[in-house]
Write a protein that binds this ligand. Structure first.
Ligand SMILES: *[C@@H]1O[C@H](CO)[C@@H](O)[C@H](O)[C@H]1NC(C)=O
Length: 484
């Protein structure tokens, strides 16, 4: 009898476990959230603080800015290389700040609010240095061409670190606009914790916005790695939308209503922010700013284009159900959609709204379920049954395309030239010696296939903004399932 009961209990436990892991796809979202933020620490440049959590990283780029007689120490490396690019760095910070604003209580309950704030401040401290002079903004440190011919960890970089800037003669509305958005959004995060710092950020945000719209021009200095394909109109609207959200000033509302180009888009990423503008401004519309109704309509159109059950759905998906727009950091499109669906879903719920796509009605729960499904795919609920986050879940990737993670510490100081560095550390079909914990990699191809090789960078390279966009949805998912 005891044996019988025991086996019933065992079977029951197995069955429930199956239901929970396979049907409920219950991942440990707190762990995924926590690890996402650890990855951002691995991307830090500059002098690392004592509480730094990635044991194999050290100080780097301590002379950054010297070429221009400036202090540009700090900030983030964007991906697997050692260059500091202004545009994606600012977008990373803007989206982190948005997550910290929208999901503050979830982050707090998960014990991660401080880590998010630290991650934001690591960026904004750097932007304050980059924007310390009124007539310019430093937008890049490092030479991408040379950097890409050398496979060394940032701690061992040798050679010049050229600096790029935008100014009155070489303007760049995308980067100035995005940096303005990052500063404005971050000012809201720090308002209650560090008011003087928040004011400093907001002032810079205002100045950068003026600069961005006075000289409207595309800066192509970050090409071919971060060329703006979508132009600067989205960054100008995005900056104005964040400034309006942070200040409620009529000046920015006027700009938004009169100058913003209406746009229907179906993706959200470091280059294209219209969908973010629409979702962000929908909140003000729901709160009573009627002038913003077109933004709410366009946010609905974005959802209708991305939601698989919608008759207007047009985003390419893999057979396994993942958004797949293009190889090369493709998971940014999944985390980007997941983020906006989460935020917009919660807004619809809070303001008791539904949306319609071609006569079909969708409720907040549809949006939140889609956001969850994209995150679950990344964490392991996919045809290959593997995780795309390093150090998380089942069968996670071993060969992230990442310099720091792939050079063993024991060889860190060996005298290896750039040519040799590829033979020694890059072209080696073996797991990285250092775990790039929490990095969400480029992800699978359009048929759900994945190649876990360091040199297939379209699948294995991580990017800061893939992760920053995952923070909001993961924080939201730490709430108990039934509260979805
Ligand atoms: C989930 O992860 C968190 C953080 O890593 C950990 O503290 C917690 O014990 C985990 N929960 C479960 C149910 O394993």
């Amino acid at each position: 009898m005891v044996v019988f009961m025991g086996s019933v209990v065992a079977w029951l436990a197995l069955f429930l476990g199956y239901m929970f892991t396979v049907k409920g796809h219950a991942f440990n979202y707190t762990e995924a959230l926590s690890k996402s933020l650890i990855f951002l620490e691995a991307q830090r440049s500059g002098k690392l603080p004592p509480n730094h959590r990635v044991p194999w990283r050290g100080d780097s780029g301590l002379d950054d800015g010297k070429e221009a007689n400036e202090d540009l120490v700090g900030g983030y490396y964007d991906a697997g290389d050692n260059v500091k690019y202004g545009l994606p760095m600012a977008f990373t910070v803007t989206t982190l700040a948005w997550s910290a604003i929208a999901y503050k209580s979830e982050l707090q309950s998960a014990g991660e609010l401080e880590h998010v704030q630290d991650a934001i401040r690591w960026g904004t401290d750097y932007f304050l240095k980059a924007a310390s002079r009124h007539d310019r903004l430093y937008v890049q440190v490092g030479d991408p061409e040379k950097d890409h011919r050398c496979w060394v960890r940032p701690e061992s970089m040798k050679g010049p670190r050229p600096v790029l800037e935008i100014n009155d003669n070489t303007p760049g509305s995308e980067i100035a606009g995005e940096t303005s958005a990052a500063m404005a959004a971050s000012s809201m995060v720090f308002r209650r914790f560090d008011a003087p710092y928040a004011r400093q950020l907001l002032n810079k945000a205002k100045m950068l916005f003026e600069f961005a719209k006075e000289h409207t021009h595309t800066f192509d200095g970050e090409c071919p790695f971060y060329c703006s394909f979508s132009g600067f109109h989205d960054e100008l609207s995005w900056a104005a939308a964040w400034l309006y959200t942070a200040t409620h000033s009529g000046t920015y509302l006027k700009y938004i209503v009169e100058e913003t180009v209406p746009a229907i888009v179906d993706e959200f990423n470091w280059d294209l922010k219209f969908a973010g503008v629409q979702v962000l401004l929908s909140k003000s519309f729901f709160e009573g700013t009627h002038e913003l109704h077109t933004f709410k309509e366009h946010a609905d159109s974005y959802i209708c284009a991305a939601l698989p059950e919608s008759p207007y759905h047009k985003i390419p998906m893999t057979p396994g159900g993942l958004i797949h727009l293009r190889d090369g950091a493709n998971l940014q499109y999944a985390t980007g959609a997941s983020f906006l669906f989460t935020v917009y879903g919660d807004l619809l719920k809070k303001f008791n709204q539904k949306i319609e796509c071609g006569g079909r009605r969708f409720e907040s729960t549809h949006l939140l379920a889609f956001a969850k499904q994209q995150m679950d795919y990344i964490l392991g609920q996919n045809p290959l049954g593997r995780s795309y986050m390093v150090g998380f879940g089942k069968d996670p990737p071993q060969q992230a395309h990442h310099r720091g993670a792939s050079v063993p510490l024991s060889e860190a100081n060996s005298d290896v030239d750039c040519g040799m560095s590829f033979t020694r550390w890059f072209n080696k079909n073996a797991p990285n010696p250092n775990e790039l914990t929490g990095a969400i990699l480029g992800g699978p191809d359009k048929k759900d296939k994945f190649s876990d090789l360091r040199w297939t960078s379209v699948y294995t390279e991580p990017c800061t903004y893939v992760n920053s966009l995952a923070v909001g949805p993961l924080a939201r998912l730490t709430r108990p399932l039934k509260k979805l």
